[in-house]
Design a protein around this ligand. Structure first.
Ligand SMILES: [Zn+2]
Length: 91
């Protein structure tokens, strides 16, 4: 799977080969049939039970990406909280 092929599939919304599916690429139900494959953050949320994606989630890369994403989300939460606190402060 290269970038061109990915974009072509993503644009056409069809034509995924069996080989590509076996690599983990699939139309993800979790993302409204968006093309999702291993190595994408979206795949961390994939609930399709695709065997390759499940395998990828447990891989070093998958675990690292999940950690990084969780750290980002925690930071977002903190920013959001601070924002809300500022808005209600002084009322
Ligand atoms: Zn999926």
């Amino acid at each position: 799977m290269n970038r061109e092929r990915f974009l072509e599939l993503d644009r056409s919304g069809q034509g995924l080969t069996e080989e590509e599916w076996e690599q983990g690429y699939h139309w993800c139900l979790e993302w409204d049939d968006m093309l999702v494959g291993p190595g994408q953050e979206e795949a961390l949320f994939c609930g399709c039970n695709h065997p390759k994606i499940e395998e990828w989630k447990q891989s070093e890369e998958g675990i690292r990406m999940r950690k990084e994403m969780e750290q980002r989300l925690e930071k977002l939460d903190a920013d959001h909280f601070n924002e809300m606190f500022r808005q209600t402060d002084g009322e």
